[in-house]
Design a protein around this ligand. Structure first.
Ligand code: SAH
Length: 238
């Protein structure tokens, strides 16, 4: 009974989140439905779960953040997904956006460079019942060639320019979304591929953590080797 009561509480929060997104201009019904069906609290550290349905970014450990829901909603709506796509996400983070995507497309491949975050994201995705998502660990600035081409690529971390391998792995007619810029100032850009031509449109101002990798930026604070050193107590039951 207790579990049922808690589930209902979260369903109410989710409905209010969907309403807020609608008021903020999100009109894509499939995207709104995905927010209504995805348990965001499962992707948030235990200590912050109360705040799971606020429209704010929250820390998820390792100096990374889960974006605010409106940011995810704008990105997903901008991809104009139809349901049959194979999508690559670069920067799994909490796994929440991958869970949203799982309702919107046929297949999701998502890459995270930090093993600890990838492990937690896998657990959250399993608990959320997202079966069409594969979490990969590695440098997503190289893309993931074995499953290319992708109908859509969404990059959840910022760099000065779009990594060339990602453009190469985009299907003809495919869309790529990525924040471009430095730590201080970024713009969300949508790139559409037509044969060998890439058309880019600026969508909005953005604020993402850096894309750390071969075709991104270098960051001495979070080298790959340091991934498992510090346990993060707030995440114990995710
Ligand atoms: N959309 C995510 C938020 C991602 S935050 C969510 O729903 O929670 C950005 C993530 O990108 C971080 O977890 C960071 O570790 C990861 N990242 C940064 N550079 C990366 C790279 N080169 N390859 C894969 N992941 C990377």
């Amino acid at each position: 009974m207790e579990a049922g009561r808690i589930a209902d509480t979260y369903a109410g929060y989710r409905a209010r989140l969907v309403e807020r997104l609608r008021e903020q201009g999100i009109g894509d019904l499939a995207v709104l439905r995905a927010f209504g069906e995805t348990p965001r609290h499962l992707f948030i550290p235990e200590a912050l779960r109360e705040r799971g349905y606020e429209d704010t970014a929250l820390p998820i450990g390792r100096g990374q953040t889960i974006s605010r829901p409106l940011t995810h909603a704008i990105s997903l709506a901008a991809l104009s997904l139809r349901g049959r796509e194979r999508v690559l996400e670069v920067g799994t983070g909490s796994g929440y956006q991958a869970a949203l995507l799982s309702h919107l497309v046929a297949q999701v491949f998502t890459i995270e460079r930090l093993t600890q975050l990838a492990d937690r994201a896998r657990e959250g995705l399993a608990r959320a019942g997202a079966r069409n998502v594969t979490v990969l660990v590695g440098d997503g600035s190289l893309g993931w060639r074995p499953y290319a081409p992708y109908d859509a690529i969404v990059v959840s971390a910022a760099a000065p320019s779009v990594p060339r391998p990602l453009l190469d792995q985009l299907a003809d007619g495919g869309r790529l979304l990525m924040p471009l810029g430095d730590r201080e100032s970024q713009e969300l850009v949508r790139i559409t591929r037509r044969g060998s031509a890439f058309n880019d449109e600026r969508l909005s101002a953005a604020s993402f953590v850096p894309l750390v990798g071969r075709h991104g930026v270098s960051d001495v604070r979070y080298p790959m080797s340091d991934v498992r050193e510090t346990p993060d107590p707030g995440h114990s039951d995710i």
